[in-house]
Design a protein around this ligand. Structure first.
Ligand SMILES: *[C@@H]1O[C@H](CO)[C@@H](O)[C@H](O)[C@H]1NC(C)=O
Ligand SMILES: *[C@@H]1O[C@H](CO)[C@@H](O)[C@H](O)[C@H]1NC(C)=O
Ligand SMILES: *[C@@H]1O[C@H](CO)[C@@H](O)[C@H](O)[C@H]1NC(C)=O
Ligand SMILES: *[C@@H]1O[C@H](CO)[C@@H](O)[C@H](O)[C@H]1NC(C)=O
Length: 435
């Protein structure tokens, strides 16, 4: 039986531990952020926590708390209030994760991407206003009207650049240590990378702002960010079908006969009588991407867009979304691998097989191929290869990284995080609030 004095000793020890915990807590002021990603198919909420060095802290068992709901806010075109209400359970759960004492200092952010950008501006504003009312009236979090907004492609690309460099541990280092990021979405493709002061000074002044000043984690970057709208993978298929017309498209898998719908437009899809041809598909994709468009700048990528001039911020390139998906479907990266090292030429090598396959044997050659991609594998591979090599000017033998998720600071014992915009948005906002 335990004596009274040893029980007392244990109690005292417990109290001491308790006090130590308090001390640790006070020194490590946690900074939380709640980020809503309002995409086209659904809304997702992320809760992150940072210590005062801006290192990630665990939230529960993971490095983030994550929850999602369907459908997306864009389904509430005629019911903005209903849209806002659909976020309430996510808001509640996210608040439950943040300790009471930090609630009032925790920013709540909502970024609306592709889906909401396609609605009429008045409908989008009504939905965002309803969300603002919800956050303002019914959350205990720190709220600002500006933090609920539509993200332009360039913002999305820039935040994703922050995410990737944060996770790699290169954020806060000089620009030449950072990596560049290309995100191939369905509708648009984004490129973001840091450029030198000299290149930034040479940026075209007359048109869209290509370069933003990013002050993040105490370091200033000239960040080149551009969104090529109508050049995402799904848009690219449709553009190439428009160009090839009724006589058939040389990128379409042999033997396929069907239609493809993109943004309410239906396209006829079939290979020409002469069959699929990698060579003619390459030529068509160079046209689709307008690689030879007039260039009013010293350096252009494609479609007459200023390329940013390249440089050390592009020494290492991370490519995401459909670049990853196509690589995974064709076995260029291991199935379920969060990221992988490849070279642009791998897409072309896979295309040699895809462009000579038929609808009947393509799935035996590429067992992981999604049924919906059967008609377009040759097309997608050549589109991606052409975009990297002829569009962005990447040497086809250069090693690049296809990425979906990353380890935090390359520590494989820790959980993986998505290489997407919400974390970067949280990092940038929290680091600006802390400093
Ligand atoms: C929330 O606040 C806004 C403006 O402050 C107000 O118009 C609205 O009626 C409020 N909504 C609720 C549910 O209290
Ligand atoms: C293809 O052409 C049609 C008809 O001109 C047009 O409505 C559609 O937007 C084009 N598709 C793309 C992806 O540009
Ligand atoms: C697609 O094919 C159908 C049937 O052959 C034809 O009636 C239609 O005009 C075609 N549409 C286009 C856009 O070429
Ligand atoms: C390039 O300059 C010409 C003439 O100033 C102008 O008409 C054209 O729209 C410009 N092209 C681009 C892609 O900015």
């Amino acid at each position: 039986m335990m004596s009274y004095s040893s029980l007392l000793l244990q109690l005292l020890l417990l109290m001491n531990y308790g006090q130590d915990d308090e001390v640790i807590k006070i020194e490590n002021i946690n900074n939380y952020a709640v980020v809503f990603d309002a995409g086209s198919t659904g809304t997702r909420v992320h809760v992150y926590s940072f210590d005062r060095n801006m290192d990630l802290l665990p939230v529960g068992n993971d490095y983030e708390f994550f929850l999602s709901t369907k459908p997306g806010l864009s389904s509430y075109e005629n019911d903005p209030e209903g849209g806002a209400q659909s976020l309430k359970p996510l808001l509640q759960k996210a608040q439950d994760v943040v300790p009471q004492q930090f609630l009032a200092n925790t920013p709540v952010i909502l970024g609306a991407t592709a889906g909401l950008r396609q609605l009429p501006a008045s409908a989008t504003e009504a939905i965002l206003d309803a969300v603002r009312n919800l956050f303002k009236n019914e959350s205990k979090l720190s709220y600002k009207a500006d933090w609920v907004s539509t993200l332009q492609g360039t913002d999305e690309g820039a935040y994703q650049w922050v995410t990737v460099n944060y996770l790699l541990g290169t954020l806060g280092k000089k620009y030449s240590s950072t990596v560049g990021v290309v995100d191939l979405g369905g509708g648009s493709v984004q490129m973001a990378y840091a450029i030198s002061d000299k290149s930034a000074a040479n940026a075209p002044k007359d048109e869209d702002a290509y370069v933003m000043d990013k002050l993040v984690m105490g370091t200033k970057y000239n960040l080149y960010s551009h969104s090529y709208s109508n050049y995402g993978q799904k848009a690219g298929r449709a553009q190439s079908l428009n160009l090839s017309g009724d006589a058939g498209n040389p990128c379409v898998t042999n033997g396929y006969q069907g239609t493809y719908e993109y943004l309410g437009v239906v396209y006829n899809v079939s290979a020409p009588l002469s069959g699929t041809s990698m060579r003619r598909c390459r030529a068509l994709m160079r046209k689709t991407l307008r690689v030879d468009a007039p260039c009013n700048h010293t350096y252009c990528s494609f479609d007459g867009v200023w390329s940013g001039g390249g440089g050390l911020g592009l020494k290492n390139l991370y490519v995401a979304s459909y670049f990853y998906d196509t690589a995974a479907e064709t076995g260029l990266v291991e199935a379920d691998a969060p990221s992988g090292k490849i070279r642009p030429i791998y897409y072309k090598n896979a295309a040699k097989k895809a462009c000579s396959a038929t609808v009947d044997n393509i799935k035996s050659i590429f067992p992981l191929l999604d049924e919906r991609d059967v008609p377009f594998l040759c097309s997608d591979l050549i589109y991606e290869y052409t975009m990297l090599v002829d569009g962005f000017g990447v040497n086809q033998l250069k090693e690049i990284t296809v990425v979906k998720q990353l380890e935090y600071k390359k520590d494989s014992s820790l959980p993986l995080l998505e290489a997407a915009w919400p974390l970067g948005c949280a990092v940038e906002l929290v680091s600006s609030l802390v400093n």
